[in-house]
Design a protein around this ligand. Structure first.
Ligand SMILES: [Zn+2]
Length: 233
């Protein structure tokens, strides 16, 4: 690597690791999973009522959005990928993440399993850094710095959410989900709980527990912002 390349790389690395930008709001994209013809998991509640995952994720996203807009709009700028029961493809969701200056992308889901014993919340963050081998060396190093930072921040948010989470036991995992892989910004996917577990299903459907989940996510967002601001100072 020649000297000019090294200088370019160092200044680029510094700008990624500690950006000298003014403190401001954090920008978050909330993505309620599924929608429209894609109902996600469906389950019969009390033998009569059909519960659709796509409705639950929408309702939770609205609670998060309302909480942010009513109390924290001065520090968090939030958008959602859908506000009604419409279909949004995975590439469209990723496109939304690409089109704005986002600090975080949060995808919301509810889990099911063939066994009704499984329970708890699962948070997923992106897999190991994957850099194309065909890239020129300097470009590959740049991409590596960006991708490493993205994964680190995704994990950081997951770890900040953990102590705020009051609903169930929470596990942090990695997975090759399309949106986590393709999103260019720090991203997590939350499987809030198991609808297939009868006790957990009751818990998940209670409005006050949905409020609790929304509050946990917003508290973690406030801590995420505080961390970012401390790093900038
Ligand atoms: Zn889902």
């Amino acid at each position: 690597m020649n000297l000019l390349s090294l200088i370019c790389l160092l200044s680029f690395t510094l700008s990624v690791v500690s950006p000298l930008v003014a403190q401001g709001k954090i920008h978050v994209l909330i993505d309620p999973g599924h929608g429209g013809q894609d109902k996600g998991a469906t389950i019969l509640h009390n033998s009569t009522q059909l519960i659709k995952e796509s409705d639950l994720t929408l309702s939770l996203s609205q609670k998060i959005l309302n909480l942010i807009q009513s109390q924290y709009s001065h520090v968090i700028d939030a958008e959602v990928t859908r506000t009604g029961n419409q279909y949004v493809s995975l590439p469209e969701r990723v496109k939304r993440a690409q089109s704005s200056q986002l600090d975080l992308y949060i995808s919301l889901h509810y889990n099911t399993a063939p066994s009704n014993n499984l329970s708890g919340t699962e948070i997923y963050f992106p897999q190991e850094n994957k850099i194309q081998e065909s890239l020129p060396v300097l470009e590959a190093i740049k991409q590596d710095v960006i991708e490493t930072g993205r994964i680190k921040k995704s994990l950081q948010f997951s770890q900040l959410l953990s102590p705020e989470w009051k609903l169930t036991q929470l596990k942090i995992r990695r997975a090759p989900f399309y949106i986590l892989d393709k999103s260019p910004v720090p991203s997590i996917l939350i499987e809030v709980g198991y609808l297939s577990n009868p006790q957990e299903q009751k818990k998940l459907l209670k409005h006050q527990n949905q409020d609790l989940v929304a509050e946990s996510i917003v508290k973690a967002l406030l801590n995420f912002k505080e961390n970012r601001d401390n790093q900038l100072n």
